[in-house]
Design a binder for this molecule. Sequence first.
Ligand code: UTP
Length: 408
Amino acid sequence: MNLEEVKELLEENHQEQLLHFYEELGEQEKEDLLKQIKELDFSLLKNLSKKEKAEERGKLEPLQAVEIAEIEEKKKEFQEIGLEAIRNKKVGAVLLAGGQGTRLGLDKPKGVLNVGITRKLYLFECLIKNLMEVTKLAQTTVPLYVMTSEKNHEDTINFFKEHEFFGYPSKDILFFKQQMAPSVDYEGKIYLEAKGKISLSPNGNGGWFSSMANHGILEDIHKRGIEWLNVFAVDNVLQRIADPCFLGATIQSGCVSGAKVVSKADPEERVGVLCLEDGKPSIVEYYEMTEEMVHSYTEEGELSYRFGVILNYLFRVDKLEHIMNKHMPVHIVEKKIPYIDDKGNLVNPQKPNGYKFETLVLDMIHELENCLPYEVVRNYEFAPIKNRIGVDSLESARELMKENGIIL
Ligand code: UTP
């Protein structure tokens, strides 16, 4: 595609601003910019016009979970089934670490965050330690696949290498990159982050499985004979990974996926809720729930939509392969996006200034025939670090870590 053709393409999509500095660029930069433009998925921009309309949902109904008391009762049985799957090498884990952590304001991978106070204790290290509790018990390792993005891939790998993979066998940690998507202003114009560079950001955590397939990781999964993948977020420091009890309960239930859930702290808590939509499992975001749903109670006085997801899922690999090429809903997320203004000055906004396009892992659940909601004790397993201060911050996570006897 030559310059004229690129110009036409931009005109068609109302994105001519991308060539604003073109004439100032060197030959190589010019070539690189044209290449970036050619690779852009302009169809994503169409989602902006749908933004105003609230997402139409199907018929929503509550979904029962296997609750803490029942899990306690059957713990030994579940644990044994799960451990057997791990010992038979049927289980792998996927760490979603491609996000940018914009709320936290770090310019490094979130996992390198030091959560210690009197000693160094990194987020990645905590997660590996948690996983190692299971691998010690099972006397075998669990392959760990780490999803990074263009923005943090090298830093993530170097950090693991520097720290000798925190004692985990390096042959069992594989890294793969997720895809990127353009960021736009409120008018839908794609931002430039440098004169010859389009502003791209990770395209959400929903593309993890297809990114794995694109990077040859699926072959590794087949070669190792892995049947279940436990997908989890980087920022929940109390995260239990490849939890044998969760695995056992999901396998025994016959479900093809499982989701760890917590009882909502209060009706208004801002978590996605696992329920049934047109008879299939689905996660409804807190902002999509009607007042009636939020305040609906069972005869026992419990919230009807009580179980919030914590981004810890189990998926059967064969089922993931079935849904891999399905179109996933694109979410439009308001974020702070660094950009260059029309004079070429870099601007680091203090408040949101546009949108990113993301697909989400939670939408995969609805593509599957069933899902076992598995309740966990929130103070033992849920300490997300999302914000600088206040709710779900480093401070609140540290308190929970102390409560769990972790020396900081
Ligand atoms: P969040 O939705 O909290 O996003 O990610 P984030 O990018 O980390 O943080 P903010 O919203 O910019 O502050 C939940 C999990 O999904 C991963 C994150 O790394 C985290 O583990 N994630 C998110 C990805 O792997 N890729 C993405 O594109 C987005």
